[in-house]
Design a protein around this ligand. Sequence first.
Ligand SMILES: Nc1ncnc2c1ncn2[C@@H]1O[C@H](COP(=O)(O)OP(=O)(O)O)[C@@H](O)[C@H]1O
Ligand SMILES: [Mg+2]
Length: 345
Amino acid sequence: MTRIDESSDGRRVTVSVRGLVKHYGETKALDGVDLDVREGTVMGVLGPNGAGKTTLVRILSTLITPDAGEAMVAGYDVVRQPRQLRRVIGLTGQYASVDEKLPGWENLYMIGRLLDLSRKDARARADELLERFSLTDAAKRPASTYSGGMRRRLDLAASMIGRPQVLFLDEPTTGLDPRTRNEVWDEVKAMVGEGVTVLLTTQYMEEAEQLASELTVVDRGKVVAAGRIEELKARVGGRTLRIRPVDPLQLGPLAAMLDELGITGLATTTVDRENNTLLVPILSDEQLTAVVGAVTARGITISSIVTELPSLDEVFLSLTGHRASAPQDITPADSDSDAREEVAV
Ligand SMILES: Nc1ncnc2c1ncn2[C@@H]1O[C@H](COP(=O)(O)OP(=O)(O)O)[C@@H](O)[C@H]1O
Ligand SMILES: [Mg+2]
């Protein structure tokens, strides 16, 4: 069997998944999933409820076995080498994994001991991680008294005890308020900074954008899109050009001129008075060039010009035909093209 161990940028592939299948009766939780996570990077696995995210994380962390396909983590096969594999991974499940009755410190100490650390090392590691996740003050209190954010931080600390090479985070911020979510993001970023390879599942586009460099979009057990986040957004097609003339009085004439020229086809430009910018929908680099050329030809001085890609929400809608946040509103498959047009225009 041949296996590609290096990706195009030379980074080693740390997590490799090929044709992974897991059925529960009639439900195809995973229906042939492929993905690669490169060493030291964050792969976001984005999908609505029921997409198969937790099933994937459970297989990769050896909690369940696949029906077909294969998966390697840090060089170990999930089915044939589960014991070796468990030693190099950390897992933060979708639901809290700590013992609520025990204080934060005890939880971490106990996990350290379970991982074969000596009493001294387990103690030191618990202290160090509580400090690191800003939980030192709450060290002696039962975890049941912690806020949602503190609990999540304790979960993350627990998953770091064994100094994992690979970390699986299953919906790490679901149910957290925005401020706490930001705290968790900062912690994840810090872990990545230490060289940990992360596979993170999420239902939040913003979370994937914040943390992941690559994205695998899953829907009903299948990969519906994959690639670098920027590439995926570009694939949807539509972009908006945001132009700011030095003189705000030029906004109106500029909009009229661009509409008259018809460079952007049927789509019309809009004036954003609040920001003194002009929003021009474009579909191609040629249109972008033509717009810039037209503005320059009129001698209008512009202070900034940026292109904005569509949000991941729009990406998901156009790729799957339904919004990620409302999996129950499943639209017929043939409505896909309508959704794509909506986003592009
Ligand atoms: N133990 C199980 N028994 C039966 N069905 C399951 C089980 N685990 C998951 N499923 C089903 O598999 C599908 C994928 O579930 P899951 O992996 O939990 O999705 P996600 O984490 O993306 O919400 C869902 O339809 C779910 O109901
Ligand atoms: Mg889940």
